[in-house]
Design a protein around this ligand. Structure first.
Ligand code: IPE
Ligand code: IPE
Ligand code: MG
Length: 224
């Protein structure tokens, strides 16, 4: 049985779900939040210590302004209403990506991170305005500035995931098989599960099934 510490998820398919069932992409984003809550709950139940969720990529700025605004208002409401609850569940919230949002949202994100900093049950890395290429470039720039030797261990330390082991599992919902600039370095040896279901339809049972499949995989790491 493979040990499991860290699950990363590309939560894709909200827009299509919204269009299909509610005639609105934004409704899909709203429904996707319910899945987020269910998956967090199951992650804790499974005693997994790290969960990284891709919520907004550096490329997602290409979307219509109306959709972007809706996404960030959802996030703002979610954190405002739920941070106390997350804190009570001993969850640590860690933002990865570049925090260059509205003053109000930046403040809320910093507050949420600070409030939950010492929590130990589950660390959630929320990827917001996150792009893996940008993360790597920024890491190398900083390493240069600090005269740091360029090697794997040091580069890992300079990434925003520095306090997180590499994920053993990556799940991408929404029936699309690509990485979309997510954790390119960290996923070097991750087991990847592309799921047909759209994110709002993905449920606890699907999640448990992926975990069960993962547990039985023969992981070689180059060995035989
Ligand atoms: C993923 O769902 C969520 C975000 C990018 C915020 P999408 O919005 O990409 O959903 P589809 O792929 O268009 O259905
Ligand atoms: C990736 O999904 C980003 C998030 C899930 C936040 P996208 O739906 O934006 O990816 P592409 O652009 O279709 O590859
Ligand atoms: Mg998509």
């Amino acid at each position: 049985m493979n040990p499991l510490n860290h699950v990363a998820i590309i939560m894709d398919g909200n827009g299509r779900w919204g269009l299909k069932y509610k005639n609105s992409r934004n409704e899909g984003h709203r429904a996707g939040l319910d899945t987020v809550e269910k998956i967090i709950k199951e992650t804790i139940k499974q005693k997994i210590n790290y969960l990284t969720l891709y919520a907004f990529s550096t490329e997602n700025w290409n979307r219509p302004k109306k959709e972007i605004n809706y996404l960030f208002s959802l996030l703002e409401n979610f954190l405002t209403n739920k941070i106390e609850d997350l804190h009570k569940q001993n969850i640590k919230l860690n933002i990865i990506g570049v925090k260059n949002f509205s003053k109000k949202l930046n403040k809320l994100l910093n507050f949420s991170e600070k409030k939950t900093l010492k929590n130990t049950t589950l660390q959630i890395n929320l990827a917001l305005n996150y792009g893996s290429k940008l993360e790597i470039i920024n890491a190398i720039k900083k390493m240069n500035k600090n005269n740091e030797k360029i090697n794997e261990i040091n580069l890992s330390k300079y990434l925003q995931t520095n306090n997180t082991p590499d994920p053993e599992i990556l799940i991408r919902t929404g029936n699309t098989k690509r990485l979309s600039n997510f954790l390119l370095w960290q996923l070097a040896y991750t087991e990847i599960f592309f799921e047909k279901k759209l994110w709002p339809d993905f449920d606890k049972k699907d999640y448990v099934k992926v975990i069960g499949k993962f547990r039985k995989i023969k992981r070689n790491f180059g060995n035989i």
